[in-house]
Write a protein that binds this ligand. Structure first.
Ligand code: GP9
Length: 411
């Protein structure tokens, strides 16, 4: 309706009026960007050990050398990997039912790849699976992707799980990037660490003693699989460095979504200690984010940030202007307003955690003081809850009405 259109336009105008450049604004202007979206990579393996061995030594090194957000959260829903892509590309929320990639593939989007394309970037995605899966081949042109390297575009290599292994994926993607006109935007979507995380015996390099039981198998396999992917990422980054590409290429690495291990996965709970609903919620939604910007000193940022914030934050670092677009997310350094809102209305701010009623504990949801995990009255969570609900509503309206096409884009 006309009301919906103008309400959404006003909402974006207000959000955009609030935007200010972040501390790394323009730091990677004109550089290439590689976004490495890692299948099922969760935060709890980062800087963690099993039987005295680092699970992710290469990511840990990249964290020490880059900008690291330990309080970064994934917001995917039923669209899983495609939702993480959608959040990155559009800074809109996934849909509550089905998936945006399937339901709204032909909408118009104000998407990060399209914005970079306009700035002269070659835009591409590397993912070694069927192009029709998650409808990618339909939606990518709408998002401004010039070229999608899918299953048939890769040379033969050992298949692990669903596709050629990540080491081969990364090696072949890099060979392709070397021949590309610069600057480029390359989104690599890895796949080896997909559920049920089974790896060939010879690639199970970790000693997972203590997790030998039949019911521990998913957890044990997950550690092996993530350890392997970490090694593949390490080789990829070393190769980028050797080729001198890190001098003018920004890297963003993050986990797409949780592993699917629930609070019933005893080994997962034993390892993480995330026993009660509050700890489990935080642990389950937490994925790492690492940014590596040429010439920028390492640093760690403890504010809450989320996948929704990727597009505005990355665009700002690349020298673009997020306030000229329709992103719901915020700059990750806009810390007064840090909030990760989830599809069911739950959220995490720097101070509060709100778990919506779906947890079955309280039909009004549960509001916690985040630093201590202390349960508060739900009123304490009211303001961010209302703000988060509004964002979800705006996002849904945008998708259902394909509103972008209806906005008056004249100044
Ligand atoms: C396959 C891959 C699957 O293309 O993206 O990921 P999923 O959504 O099942 O995690």
């Amino acid at each position: 309706s006309a009301d919906e259109i103008s309400a959404a336009e006003d909402w974006f105008a207000e959000r955009n009026a609030d935007r200010a450049p972040g501390p790394y604004s323009g730091a990677a202007t004109g550089d290439n960007i590689i976004v490495l979206q890692v299948e099922a990579l969760q935060q709890f393996v980062i800087n963690a050990e099993v039987n005295g061995q680092e699970i992710t030594p290469n990511l840990n090194r990249l964290i020490r050398e880059g900008l690291y957000f330990p309080n970064f959260y994934e917001q995917t829903a039923l669209g899983r990997t495609s939702d993480a892509e959608f959040l990155l590309n559009t800074s809109l929320y996934p849909t509550a039912e089905g998936s945006a990639y399937m339901l709204y593939a032909e909408n118009s989007y104000d998407a990060l790849p399209a914005i970079l394309q306009e700035k002269g970037y070659q835009t591409n995605v590397f993912h070694p699976y069927k192009p029709s899966f998650w409808n990618r081949y339909i939606i990518y042109p709408q998002l401004g992707i010039d070229r999608f390297y899918s299953e048939g575009d890769f040379d033969e290599a050992e298949v692990i799980g669903w596709a050629i292994n990540d080491e081969a994926l990364l090696e072949q993607s890099l060979a392709e990037m070397e021949t590309m006109e610069q600057p480029f935007y390359s989104h690599i979507v890895t796949l080896t660490s997909h559920h049920p995380f089974e790896m060939p015996e010879r690639l199970q390099a970790l000693d997972t003693d203590g997790y030998n039981g039949y019911h521990d198998r998913h957890f044990r396999n997950y550690l092996q699989s993530i350890h392997y992917v970490d090694g593949a990422i390490g080789k990829f980054v070393d190769a980028l460095e050797q080729k001198g590409m890190l001098d003018n290429t920004m890297l963003a690495i993050y986990g797409d979504h949780s592993t699917g291990m629930t609070s019933d996965t005893e080994a997962f709970i034993r390892f993480t200690g995330a026993q009660d609903p509050f700890d489990y919620f935080e642990t389950n939604k937490n994925v790492p984010l690492i940014l590596n910007i040429p010439g920028v000193e390492p640093n760690q940022f403890s504010q809450v940030a989320s996948q929704l914030d990727l597009a505005p934050t990355l665009l700002d670092i690349l020298g673009g202007d997020p306030s000229a677009h329709h992103f719901i997310g915020r700059d990750m350094w806009d810390t007064d307003e840090s909030q990760a809102t989830f599809r069911d209305g739950s959220f995490i701010t720097n101070e509060l955690t709100y778990i919506a009623s779906s947890d079955g504990i309280d039909e009004n949801g549960s509001c916690y003081w985040r630093m201590t995990g202390e349960l508060m009255g739900v009123e304490a969570c009211e303001e961010p809850r209302v703000n988060g609900a509004k964002e979800l509503e705006i996002s849904d309206d945008m998708l259902r009405g394909n509103l972008l096409e209806k906005f008056n884009r004249e100044p």
